[in-house]
Design a binder for this molecule. Structure first.
Ligand code: GFB
Length: 312
């Protein structure tokens, strides 16, 4: 099959202010295409009429669905209504409007939390819907599974070239560094940094530290998105990751080194661990010819630089 050509196309990055969307905008600048963005003040993606009228007026050729309500384990567990409702609305409106205005290619982004909590490791794409989900993020997961199914349904019924990619846990510049609402890497970068400045004796991390996670630098994900837009055109979603994982304890040690905090680590087991294992099988993407390139320590350093304001 010949590659899909991005050059000269109008590419709408929905969610361009978020970590993933902004990385996609950076990456697309090397593609000779026209990047379209729309801030929340211009179009509220949870409002169907807003989305349809914006799409009618702007007629993109390509859409990247990087807009979503996202957060770490505690935010997912605490705000189930927002995570389910907002994500269902955003993806439904964008996918339906893309069909209506005849978008040539759409990439929907989900998350590795779509897979069953006890899925065999590494997790293959065909593990989807084979078992119960992890409770702390089932709301977000259900919305993301619905997004995959929407892409498949519009492909099956209308022949739309809509594809889905499922990244592992992401991190990098532009992340949300909120002390409690964020994911583990930005959350710990902030906590260790503040503890170092305060001369604190210890830092408290959540859970037991035993769960394992696979982390991908966000600019690597953006590169994979461009690669998939050009080369992938199948109904089945595709995993995007490094294929490697580390324990949260190992991660905390890495963050201690990067931030230069010299005190000790305390584990608060009253906070949830979430799923214990979620390493993805990335062999399908590897066979297509893509792999991640940013070494983990380098990526964490760049995220830290972003947090302390040196460069972002
Ligand atoms: O990054 P995180 O919130 O994502 O948590 P999930 C990963 C692990 O790090 C959990 C532990 O075992 C946490 O208990 N952890 C330790 C911490 N200290 C901290 C901390 O200070 N902050 C945070 N956030 N975690 C999310 C899902 O789950 O992953 C989303 O809820 C999404 O739906 C996202 O899929 C990628 O991997 O547990």
């Amino acid at each position: 099959m010949t590659d899909f050509v991005l050059e000269g196309r109008r590419v709408f990055v929905a969610g361009h202010r978020g970590m993933v969307g902004s990385a996609c905008v950076r990456r697309l600048q090397r593609e000779n295409c026209e990047v379209l963005v729309a801030g929340r003040e211009e179009v509220d993606l949870t409002r169907q009429a807003d989305v349809e009228s914006w799409m009618e007026r702007n007629k993109p050729d390509v859409v990247i669905v990087a807009a979503a309500k996202v957060g770490g384990i505690l935010a997912n567990d605490s705000f189930p209504a927002e995570f389910l409702y907002q994500n269902l609305m955003i993806e439904s409106h964008l996918i339906h409007a893309a069909y209506k205005v005849g978008v040539a290619k759409l990439l929907f982004l989900g998350s590795s939390c779509i897979y069953p909590r006890e899925a065999a490791q590494p997790i293959r794409e065909d593990a989807l819907l084979t078992g119960p989900l992890e409770k702390t993020n089932e709301w977000y997961a259900i919305a993301k599974i619905a997004g995959i199914k929407l892409c498949q349904a519009y492909r099956k019924q209308y022949g739309c070239d809509f594809i889905s990619a499922m990244p592992c846990n992401l991190y990098g510049p532009g992340d949300n560094f909120h002390p409690t609402g964020s994911h583990v890497i930005p959350g710990l970068l902030r906590r260790f940094h503040e503890a170092k400045l305060a001369g604190a004796e210890s830092v408290t991390c959540w859970g037991t530290g035993a769960p394992r996670r696979e982390f991908l630098y966000v600019d690597d994900l953006a590169d994979a998105c461009v690669f998939l837009l050009k080369t992938y055109s199948e109904s089945e979603h595709i995993n995007v990751g490094t294929g490697d994982d580390i324990t949260i304890k190992e991660l905390a040690e890495e963050i201690r080194r990067v931030t230069g905090f010299e005190g000790s680590l305390v584990w608060d087991a009253s906070k949830p661990d979430g799923t214990m294992l979620k390493r993805m099988d990335v062999s399908r993407l590897g066979e297509l010819g893509w792999r991640a390139s940013t070494p983990f320590t380098e990526g964490v350093r760049k995220a830290y630089d972003c947090f302390v304001g040196a460069q972002c």
